[in-house]
Design a protein around this ligand. Structure first.
Ligand code: THU
Length: 168
């Protein structure tokens, strides 16, 4: 038996003032995106802003539904929309933030497991790693370079891409 240890690297900043101007702007865009969140059930509004290689910034926000599992997280709304509009343009970074109706979110918001899986697929399709930048309403920021830092031992199976149908 052997123990495999995985190292993850996460940068911690005291505030968004320590970020580059581009990163700070992306976080600002995520905060703008929060405003169109539809979260009447959780009252927890999440915003995501995706920076593409062509310079475009795509907004996403959580969209809930009275049939709860039918809703979708902000990150996936943004990433799927980015892919639908610019199918061949790589994603450089995603900023994530949140605002709750009844309490102040002081700590960074990290993407849920399903969103991490979608960030992974996006990253695996392209050459560059995706930078993930996270913040609550304000306060500390955490950032990480590449999905391996958020999702070690990811499920990835290229054999499922049925490029040729061989078993007919
Ligand atoms: N949510 C997101 O939008 N992103 C995440 O990564 C975690 C959770 C949403 C889903 C739901 O609308 C609300 O936050 C509460 O879970």
């Amino acid at each position: 038996m052997k123990i495999n240890k995985f190292e993850v690297v996460v940068e911690q900043y005291n505030s968004s003032d320590e970020l580059t101007a581009k990163e700070k702007n992306l976080l600002h865009e995520a905060k703008v995106a929060v405003k169109n969140s539809y979260a009447p059930y959780s009252e927890f509004h999440v915003g995501a802003a995706v920076l593409l290689e062509n310079g475009e910034i795509i907004h996403g926000n959580n969209q809930e539904n009275t049939a709860y599992p039918s809703g979708l997280c902000a990150e996936r709304v943004a990433l799927f929309y980015a892919k639908s509009k610019y199918p061949d343009v790589a994603v450089k970074a995603i900023a994530i933030t949140a605002k709750a109706d009844h309490f102040v979110i002081k700590e960074p918001i990290a993407p849920c497991g399903a969103c991490r899986q979608v960030i992974a697929e996006t990253e695996h399709r392209q050459a560059n790693k995706i930078r993930v930048i996270m913040q609550g309403q304000n306060g500390p920021v955490v950032a990480t370079e590449g999905i391996d830092n958020l999702l070690p031992m990811v499920f990835q199976e290229d054999g499922l891409k049925k490029k040729k149908i061989s078993n007919r």
